[in-house]
Design a protein around this ligand. Structure first.
Ligand code: PHE
Length: 451
């Protein structure tokens, strides 16, 4: 067997992890969950979770990966034995479900990219922007672009030509930052900006106290989704890591970059929504498309900006989608002894089929996203925290200290943070997430089925 690869450089690892983390979660999902959660109230809880839960949780995955240098199933089998390996199967289901709708939404970005090239974004008013989103997001167009995006993902994973994409991401991620900062500056000049900042940035603790049953699971789920946590992706990345790396420092950098990205998107989207006189809570999954096509139609050179923006996001989404399909394909290869190409085709094909209903009715987006995000990712994160906190704390602390040196009380503090606050918050979030999901199934979804 060949020597296991390691990351050539520190930036290689950080960029790969950031490439998986930064994607539709930051650009598409974040603004709409903030809108649904009432703006600043959600932002406050989310940021708190990133620091108190996200950072310890990313370290949990890092230490498991680097210690065992194995995939998640193998890693948990080796460190925990017996039953723990079944957690690996939960991760498998999670990746499967997430990619099915991720590809549909990524297809919308590809479609908007092409609209910019062929027609421009000439939407005169909010209604026109919404109408455009309607034609893109539901129906044959949506299906066709889901197929296209999935085919590209399958092709890349089947041929193993990821390096080209990784290179592209290294250019695209900085480009995206520049674009977003320019858009945020533009948004600051809009008449609705002041009102939008108040909505986005000044937390009302009354609102938090009143809505904690929905805020808590949603913020926990979003924190895990955006950091690619709770399904073992970071275990895989860290398994290629050398012993000399300072995991805490790398984790902090990755989390900060990902969070900065999401927060920046809010500075673009909300001023535009407010100055268009729209209600952020009503915009939901179309928020980013609706607000940006408005913006791009209103400035000179907007079409060029738009083409750049939607194209860049599509590539960022492709890099996250590849990390998801790789994950599923690796299982197919290990478990069923399939060949790489066959595995990519079978796995990708089934994931495509699962996503097809989403292209026909957005209720299926809630059905899949709610299940993956509020339940599966939180469950995965909870089990990993229990594992590191209670089953293998000494190994974990020892692994964290490599590349750092003397951890002292920090190591103890980390283990205790994982043991109690992280486990308790995730357990509560999971229970509330299940309740919320059952409410959705028996309410909106049952209503949809019946009517
Ligand atoms: N973090 C990615 C995003 O924000 C999504 C993702 C989740 C990717 C889980 C891999 C694993 O778009």
């Amino acid at each position: 067997m060949a020597q296991r690869e390691t990351w050539a450089t520190r930036t290689g690892f950080i960029l790969a992890a950031v490439g998986s983390a930064v994607g539709l979660g930051n650009i598409w999902r974040f603004p709409f969950v903030v809108g649904e959660g009432g703006g600043s109230a959600f932002l406050f809880v989310y940021l708190l979770f990133i620091v108190l839960i996200g950072v310890p949780a990313i370290l949990v995955e890092f230490v498991i990966g680097r210690r065992t240098k194995l995939n998640p199933v193998g890693a948990l089998r080796e460190l925990g034995g017996g039953l723990w390996k079944y957690l690996g199967y939960v991760f498998f289901v999670t990746a499967f479900v997430i990619l099915s709708y991720y590809s549909v939404v990524a297809g919308w970005f590809v479609r908007y990219f092409l609209i910019g090239i062929t027609d421009g974004y000439g939407v005169e008013d909010p209604e026109a922007a919404q109408a455009l989103f309607g034609t893109v997001s539901v129906g044959l167009d949506s299906l066709a672009f889901h197929a296209l995006f999935m085919a590209a993902t399958i092709g890349i994973v089947a041929l193993g030509i990821r390096r080209g994409i990784e290179l592209a991401v290294k250019v695209m991620v900085p480009a995206l930052v520049v674009l977003l900062v320019s858009l945020a500056v533009y948004a600051a000049t809009l008449p609705g900006a002041g009102e939008a900042y108040a909505y986005y940035l000044s937390p009302d603790f009354g609102v938090i106290a009143e809505n904690w049953q929905t805020l808590l699971p949603d913020a926990a789920g979003q924190a895990f989704f955006t950091l690619s946590l709770g399904m073992g992706v970071m275990i895989v990345y860290a398994s290629y890591l050398g012993e000399d790396r300072n995991l805490a420092e790398d984790g902090a950098i990755i989390v900060s970059l990902d969070t900065a990205f999401a927060v920046l998107v809010g500075f673009v989207v909300f001023p535009i929504i407010f100055s268009a006189g729209a209600d952020p809570e009503q915009e939901t999954v179309g928020a980013i498309f609706f607000s940006l096509t408005e913006a791009f139609s209103g400035v000179t050179g907007g079409t060029v900006l738009g083409v750049l923006f939607f194209g860049t996001v599509a590539i960022a989404a492709l890099s996250s989608a590849i990390s998801l399909l790789e994950f599923v394909v690796a299982y197919f290869i290990d478990e069923f002894g399939l060949e790489r190409r066959t595995a990519a085709l079978v796995a990708g094909g089934s994931i495509f089929l699962l996503g097809v209903p989403v292209t026909q009715d957005l209720i299926f987006l809630d059905l899949l996203d709610g299940f993956a995000d509020a339940i599966l990712l939180v469950l995965g994160g909870l089990m990993l925290a229990v594992f590191v906190g209670w089953v293998a704390p000494d190994v974990a602390r020892d692994e964290l200290s490599r590349g750092i040196g003397e951890l002292g009380s920090w190591g103890v503090a980390w283990i205790w943070a994982v043991r109690i606050p992280v486990v308790v918050v995730l357990a509560v979030a999971l229970v509330l997430g299940v309740i919320g999901y059952v409410e959705f199934l028996t309410g909106d979804f049952a209503g949809w089925l019946g009517g």
